[in-house]
Ligand binder design. Structure first.
Ligand code: HEC
Ligand code: HEC
Length: 347
């Protein structure tokens, strides 16, 4: 027999093995709980407050939360999504307007804060009236001047939608979408919005140097601002009166606690990405960061609840003001605003 015929069974065996291998590759086991994404805990950050109880991070839950966050279906006339007021390009605050526009073009009376690093927030809103991320999302959905929906109606709308029915089933195992699963999906997306890669973070990690001006700004910041705007999150999450007014139109935390000692106190906001989130303060009264620096330098208004640590104006020199501004610019995180993982999904 010709020698080449000995190879025939070998060839058959080879192609058989190849076919078997191909078959397993083209038919992967479809696991809705893919482990490919997970919560990343940045070095130096404290433990997150959000515990992911019954909401451990999975691909499908995160994607579902992201779809919901960008979908105006959550508002009564399907015109306003969460992202309409919390835009990635603006560090997940609103589009540089003092007050946000909700359903029917209505304006609210507080400036939309940025929502990255939400997993570390112990309390929510300028007055701290919500205490858990999972309890948060029905607030904006049912607020008449924001999304103006009702819990019952939004759940009905989602249940009529085959995409959402299928994905809630895959993500949370529910045959019929519930309010709890909606809140959890939105929490999952928000908890994954992490800002920890600013120029300042890279400096801390020893990857880059800061300029002499930026370093002087950092030292002014450390002496005068860091007790309240405490690194690494640039807030200690307390409620304080930073001297904006003597008489407060918006009572701040007192509107929630009904306690006179809370009048004019607002949640200390993070200063990460502050360059992107103007205008500033709970009512967006300051357009530029230099206006804010001038406030702390010469504009503190006395009142009964004014925080003792800023009872006197700082009276910073022109150079110190400029350097402080340069330091604040080092807190911008270009990774966050260009990260496709958290960006608006393609439909
Ligand atoms: C019409 C604009 C608007 C829409 C729509 C909106 N928000 Fe907000 N958001 C705001 C404003 C304004 C505040 C601050 C209100 C306050 O403190 O009283 C806020 C506060 C928040 C906070 C608290 C942040 C902090 O530092 O305490 C979170 C979280 C948040 N929104 C998430 C969402 C989610 C999720 C949705 C969609 C379900 C949503 N928002 C829809 C304007 C909006
Ligand atoms: C006593 C605590 C305290 C100190 C000290 C303090 N701040 Fe603030 N800061 C606050 C509070 C509270 C607010 C929010 C006030 C409001 O909106 O009513 C705020 C708001 C801001 C804002 C606006 C943030 C936003 O998202 O709107 C900036 C910027 C800022 N502070 C920078 C600084 C700088 C720079 C210093 C140091 C010169 C400083 N702060 C010192 C408590 C403090």
């Amino acid at each position: 027999m010709n020698i080449k015929y000995y190879f025939i069974p070998l060839f058959i065996l080879f192609f058989y093995l190849l076919a078997c291998k191909k078959a397993t590759v083209s038919n992967p086991t479809i696991t809705p709980y893919s482990p490919s994404i997970s919560f990343q805990h940045p070095t130096g950050f404290p433990d997150p407050v959000y515990t992911f109880d019954s909401n451990e991070v999975t691909n499908i839950r995160f994607r579902l939360g992201k779809f919901l966050f960008f979908d105006p279906i959550l508002s009564s006339d399907s015109t306003v999504s969460c992202a309409a007021c919390h835009a990635q390009s603006h560090g997940f605050a609103d589009h540089n307007i003092p007050f946000s526009k909700g359903v029917g073009g209505q304006f609210g009376n507080r400036n939309a804060p940025p929502i990255f690093n939400a997993a570390w927030m112990p309390e929510f809103f300028w007055d701290g009236r919500v205490h858990r991320l999972d309890d948060f999302s029905m607030g904006p959905i049912t607020n008449p001047i924001e999304m103006n929906e009702t819990s019952v109606h939004v759940i009905k709308k989602l249940n009529r939608n085959t995409y959402y029915r299928k994905h809630f089933k895959l993500a949370y195992g529910v045959d019929s979408i519930t309010e709890l699963s909606l809140r959890r999906a939105l929490s999952q997306y928000m908890s994954m919005l992490i800002s920890s890669n600013s120029k300042y973070d890279q400096y801390l990690a020893g990857k880059i140097n800061l300029s002499t001006s930026e370093l002087n700004g950092l030292s002014i910041f450390t002496s005068n601002c860091a007790t309240c705007h405490k690194p690494p999150l640039f807030t200690d999450f307390s409620f304080r009166n930073n001297g904006l007014d003597t008489v407060f139109l918006d009572q701040g935390r007192a509107a929630y606690t009904k306690n006179n000692s809370d009048i004019g106190k607002f949640k200390v906001p993070t200063l990460r990405n502050i360059e992107l989130t103007y205008p500033y303060m709970h009512d967006g009264r300051y357009i530029g960061l230099m206006d804010v620096i001038n406030h702390y330098s010469t504009g503190i208004h006395p009142s009964a609840t004014l925080d003792k640590s800023i009872a006197t104006n700082l009276k910073l020199s022109t150079t110190d003001k400029k350097d402080l501004l340069k330091f604040l610019f080092t807190l911008t995180d270009y990774t966050l605003i260009s990260d496709t993982l958290v960006a608006e999904p393609k439909r």
